[in-house]
Write a protein that binds this ligand. Sequence first.
Ligand code: ADP
Ligand code: MG
Length: 334
Amino acid sequence: MIEVRNLVKKYGNHLAVDHLNFKIEAGRIYGFLGPNGAGKSTTMNIMTGYLGATEGEVLIDGHDILREPEEAKKHIGYLPEIPPLYMEMTVREYLDFAAELKKIPRQKREDAVTAVEKLVKIKDVEHRLIRNLSKGYRQRVGLAQAVLGFPEIIILDEPTVGLDPKQIIEIRELIRKLAKNHTVILSSHILAEVREVCDYILIISRGRLVASDTPENLERLLGESETVEIEAKASSAEIREILKNVPGIEQITIRRGTEETTYADILQKKGEDIRERVFLAFADRKIPLLMLKTTRPSLEDVFMELTQKNTVPDAFARRLIQEREEDRENAGSL
Ligand code: ADP
Ligand code: MG
């Protein structure tokens, strides 16, 4: 349905989108999840033909968005981060105008506009000036514009930003309703939102895709990446030295402890249980371990880990990517 291939966007020297590759299939709600500045809006603007790419291509139902924009754009409705509303128009005038731009045939325009007004519940404000509407209502008008003509794919950039909790719930319900007949892609920097609404998550960090899967699979895969947390009466250098020859360790992160002790988070390789080995390694050196326990990261931990470290993809991301490649290989050999 949508194929994004090797997409790159540079602003001057700044790499905002860094070789993105993904596919969007029909009938799902996709979530672009990433902190502010990750490249979500840039990617969406390129996918919808508002912005040219530096490299790479976007195919919408096989049509290149830059080479065949008319054909490609027919399939998409887009609500940008800042909806392009005309403040001096009434809601109805604006939607009639949007219908014209979308080349909805004249005789079908009225029905098309009325249908979306009813869907997003703005029929009763259709004669008000957009300028006089609340933020929540303006967002609905933006949404109505995106949905107008019922394109197959609806792309929404941070659709709930700036809304109050009641409005957020209403917009989410609307998105779910839309998803029954449309493919929806939305972006958000809020994990809870994406988890609640979407059935497939693409995590973007610094312009790169660091993980993509269903929320359940992300939780499951990450649940397997167990960390062993220790507190030892040793310096960080001693801890690294002692653990150097212990097999099954993926990565060690040292955290400051008390004056005498140090904490370390040891990420173990998949399928390993390193607790006994760690215990014995410290015992061998007669260095007391004051604490040793396993912790499973939550989706929140993983999101933070994936998006806030300087080195992305890190161990988690590598594991996710590795798993996906294995899955793909397995699928291929069946
Ligand atoms: P997101 O939507 O995930 O918050 P954006 O796509 O808006 O991220 O921005 C990605 C990066 O590109 C950011 O570092 C941002 O500062 C930069 N950026 C976005 N738009 C422009 C622009 N028009 N000119 C220069 N830099 C930009
Ligand atoms: Mg944005």
